[in-house]
Design a protein around this ligand. Structure first.
Ligand code: MLC
Ligand code: AMP
Length: 475
């Protein structure tokens, strides 16, 4: 007897659901709750409509339409390209062009010329599809590099499955959990862990729309996901934070969780948060464990199947002594297949012996605990948990007639971790509205979260003898 590949979305096994493995609240989002059988029936109907496509774009608003579109693609074996719903003109055009998406699945943004395949929330189909090959591409997720336009991270079904099983193991995530978060549905954190994780494990998901302290306090879940900005806003509201005391685990990731926020969360909720580290390219590779030490400022040990190492600039080993800093390299079954149609960019991120260069610098102690010290490049900014390439923002600002020269940096920010600041040398006289004009220009061209929070008008940018801007002098 031959067996096909095991199901990526395990809780949506059609035979088991038909036999009664249903729950009334598989997904709650945007005020709509779908039972497991409704979700399966509606998503299978999406699969029927989209099955002949190879790759489709999904305007990833936090709605049931987005969830059904993504699950429909996974049932049919069609690659999904989640598009940030606030993408501006240039970013949207780039993602659609670069990904080669053939249609919008679900809602389309105004003015788009691509055909639209509708998602009907009330349609049902009970057709069964064979499980696609694990090597099939599940997602192309767009993410920023230090320069140039965002690249498409190609994630296979096998990588997604391995990544989800690894965190389920570290966090003892079971169908008895209720997952709560309000993160965007176009990144690894909110979409892959936050939606597919719940559907693989079989735990109900409550998506709160926005990740506000009020919504988290009201949701009454057991497992909460947030970026550090979410946790720091929660501890600013002690009465709301205290309502998370009944949770099982509070989990932080996508950016460093400040130690004072860790301590304050522990004080207010009685829970030391779990910290985990990952990337769009690698899913989650490091985490503290439900049954292990949770050390403020540290991101724990490799998850199931992951190995890590530190290298110096010459490629030599860096000791795991808790003090020596090195470039963090990882390998494991949840890594991506490469950047879409960018073999050179892909090759540049791998060592000759098959390790992925994360671009982060870290220390590892003798017990295997990791601390992320920072990034190798000042040109990758993390703001509110979003990764933003300085080069991408600079290019858009240079396209504005008021800008002669520009340097974009991430400066420390108590709320966002880093805030995007653009140092601008203006082209001649400029209006009083320059700051608002330039911020709006970036929000319109890229996406709202990539806009600078501050514009500083300067006479010159600090440059070295070679003419290169010295960003470390900008503060
Ligand atoms: C303000 N707004 C503007 C604007 N100025 N809109 C247009 N033009 C302008 N100039 C509006 C916005 O539209 C929005 O409106 C409102 O202002 C607030 O926007 P904001 O200030 O940018 O949002 P903020 O509250 O600061 O968001 C904080 C946050 C968000 C934490 C909610 O940063 C967030 O969701 N971060 C999650 C990032 C994430 O998921 N990263 C995971 C990457 S994966 P309105 O009406 O819409 O509110 C990864 C791997 C791993 O890293 O390890 O997980
Ligand atoms: P992204 O591609 O948006 O997934 O961003 C990945 C980057 O986020 C990593 O390379 C790190 O720089 C950062 N990151 C993610 N999780 C953590 C964490 N727990 N601590 C510190 N940095 C993190």
């Amino acid at each position: 007897m031959s067996f096909g590949p095991s199901l990526l979305l395990r809780s949506l096994n059609p035979a088991a659901v038909a036999a009664g493995a249903d729950i009334p609240n598989a997904v709650t989002i945007d005020g709509v709750t779908l039972s497991r059988s409704d979700l399966l029936g509606a998503a299978t109907s999406v699969a029927e409509r989209v099955a002949r496509a190879d790759r489709v774009a999904i305007l990833a608003e936090p709605t049931v339409t987005t969830v059904l579109a993504v699950v429909g693609c996974l049932i049919a074996g069609v690659t999904a390209v989640p598009v940030p719903p606030d993408s501006g003109t240039a970013e949207m055009a780039h993602i659609l062009g670069d990904s080669g998406a053939q249609a919008w699945l679900g809602k389309a943004p105004e003015g788009s010329e691509l055909p639209v395949v509708p998602v009907r929330v009330h349609a049902r189909s009970w057709h069964t599809y064979p499980e696609p090959d694990p090597a099939t591409t599940a997602f192309v997720l767009y993410t920023s590099g230090t320069t140039g336009l965002p690249k498409g991270v190609v994630l296979s079904r096998a990588a997604v499955a391995a990544g989800l099983d690894a965190v389920a193991d570290a966090w003892a995530w079971t169908p008895n959990d209720v997952l709560v978060h309000g993160l965007p549905l176009f990144h690894v954190h909110g979409l892959v862990l936050g939606v597919l994780g719940a559907l693989r494990v079989g735990s109900p998901l409550i998506h709160t729309g926005k990740p506000t302290p009020q919504a988290y306090a009201a949701a009454e879940g057991s497992l909460y996901f947030g970026v550090p900005t979410v946790w720091s806003r929660i501890v600013e509201e002690p009465d709301l934070a205290k309502q998370l005391a009944d949770a099982r685990l509070l989990i932080s990731g996508s950016a460093p969780l400040p130690v004072p926020v860790f301590e304050r969360l522990r004080e207010l909720t009685g829970h030391a948060p779990i910290e985990r580290y990952g990337m769009s390219e690698t899913m989650i590779t490091l985490s503290t464990r439900v049954d292990g030490e949770r050390r403020p400022g540290w991101v724990g040990t490799p998850v199931l199947g992951v190995r890590t190492r530190l290298r110096d600039e010459a490629g030599a080993e860096v000791p795991h002594d808790g003090e020596s800093v090195g470039a963090l390299q990882v390998c494991g079954p949840m890594l991506f297949d490469g950047y879409l149609d960018r073999p050179d960019a892909t090759a540049a991120e791998w060592t000759e012996d098959g390790w992925f260069k994360t671009g982060d610098v870290a220390v590892i102690d003798a017990s295997g605990f990791h601390r992320i010290v920072g990034r190798e490049s000042v040109d990758l900014i993390k703001s509110g948990g979003y990764r933003i390439g300085a080069g991408e923002v600079e290019t858009v600002l240079l396209g504005h007639p008021m800008v002669a020269e520009v340097a974009v940096v991430g400066l420390p920010d108590a709320d966002l971790g880093q805030r995007i600041v653009a140092f601008v040398v203006p082209r001649g006289a400029y209006p009083d509205s320059i700051e608002k004009d330039l911020i709006d220009h970036v929000a319109e061209q890229l996406s709202v979260h990539k806009r600078p929070r501050e514009i500083r008008v300067v006479d010159v940018l600090p440059r070295n003898a070679m003419g290169k801007v010295q960003k470390k002098l900008l503060s």
